[in-house]
Design a protein around this ligand. Sequence first.
Ligand code: ATP
Length: 429
Amino acid sequence: MERVLIKNLEENELSKISGMIKTIRNTKYMIFIKLKDRTGYIQVSVDKIKEELAEKCAALTTGSFVSFTGKMVMSEYVKDGGKEFLPDDVEVLSLAEAYPIEENALPDKKLDYRWIDLRCDAKEYIIPIQSAFVKYLRDYLYNQDFTEIHTPKIIGTASESGSSVFEVKYFNDKAYLAQSPQFYKQMAIASGLERVFEVAPAFRAENSNTNRHCTEFTSFDLEFAYINSYEDVMHLEEEMLTYALGKLKENFGDIIKERFGQEVIVPNKAFPRIKLFDLYKELEKRYGYKIPEHDIGDLNAETEKLACKFAMEEYGSEFLFITDYSKAKRPFYHMRDENDVPQGYDLLWRGMEITSGSQREHRYDHLKHNADEKGLTKDVEFYMQFFKYGMPPHGGFAIGVDRLTLLLLGLDHIRDAQFIFRGPNRLYP
Ligand code: ATP
């Protein structure tokens, strides 16, 4: 018999359902099993009058995978929709041992058994919602004529922005794990692709144990040509996020509220923007906060939090664009204006940076000047080649998928926003 998904069960039709046992309750006359498949739950009620079946079901355990054959009926005694499955037969696909972790286990222990941890009510939706979020972002870009690309993650030179890279042995040579697809995205623009994006792992050898950093994360990266300024980049990001949040609210708004206590707020106006040094002034005036000397020209975690508080109070916005960073704190490939101000931005959401973006410098001479100034001439020789044979004006940004998930669902730590977490002390499972 073909399997029927729980969502598609028809009343009184003989059907076979398959899934995982979420809970099992053995009472005097009945056994109640909460069965889950990818479309939802159903209560399977076994009457002990059916002795042979009841005996088999009594031996089942939480986490076991089973198939039941029987009929779905409507019952006024069953909560959440009143559907109940009355089985005639059970097939045990895999019998689970007792779980090695409880819901209140320590975070590290839970990571050891991540696949079991993901079965619990509070977490079972994290990955499906993340998947939907990325799908909506992707959909938006496909509708805007973007091409999805796949760039190498094993690279020959330690590139770019100074973030630490992981070194790996590559036969008799040395290679590195890509910390971002930045150079290859731009190479794609040079190859004539015009609008590209990639959703892929990025690696950072940063020994930072914060709630928002991982050593491997999923970067949602894009780049597009024929822009007039970085305003075009910000505008595209604003539209893309607004579209995706709208879809999330439509399809997952209720479940996000119920399971995570978070409201999905779809922006209804342009995201506010502020220059970095004006932000410093606002934060000092409003909250008496003065940025530490060593962070001047950039943001730190505290500034990001307060900046979002300010955006909410002043503009009623969860998002805030910050522009006009110091060139010393921005990568050499950001275009600069006549006053040497980088033409880029960071985007903050719910107290955290989620994106860096900019118009890129596409003019060879200017780019070389910027690279020389930062002492990178040798390191970026191969990248500079892309600009010698024609390159249109372009810009782009990168969003961290894990951070988006963390903030969307109001999770405490990024380890829960990743299917499998990678941090300085975490290489398993
Ligand atoms: P941060 O200052 O927060 O460390 P960054 O300035 O190094 O971030 P970028 O290199 O600009 O970040 O990367 C773009 C985006 O990628 C960030 O806004 C963030 O969403 C995500 N990201 C960067 N580093 C990490 C990381 N270690 N773990 C998770 N996400 C990250």
